[in-house]
Design a protein around this ligand. Structure first.
Ligand SMILES: [Zn+2]
Length: 89
């Protein structure tokens, strides 16, 4: 069975090519947290073809976009802020 899935970076919108060093980002729940604190944790995972199709996974094209994703997470608690804004860069 051949899956023809093309991935795009959830931060910069770049398309995945085989040679790229891609990573996956997953936001998970935090079991206990103080009020007014983020209730999610930021997890970064090495690229995995099977897990990459998980719809909860975000895909980033490299270290730069991983850092940007973390930055967005820490400042806004969201990684994909606005797809239109991401494309206008
Ligand atoms: Zn990217």
């Amino acid at each position: 069975m051949v899956w023809d899935v093309s991935f795009t970076c959830d931060v910069c919108g770049k398309k995945k090519a085989d040679a790229n060093h891609w990573w996956m980002v997953l936001l998970g729940d935090v079991p206990c947290y103080e009020q007014d604190q983020p209730h999610q944790r930021f997890t970064i995972l090495p690229w995995n073809p099977a897990e990459s199709r998980n719809r909860d996974m975000l895909h980033v094209c490299g270290q730069g976009c991983a850092m940007k994703a973390l930055e967005r997470f820490m400042s806004t608690s969201a990684i994909v802020v606005d797809s239109k804004m991401a494309l206008t860069r």
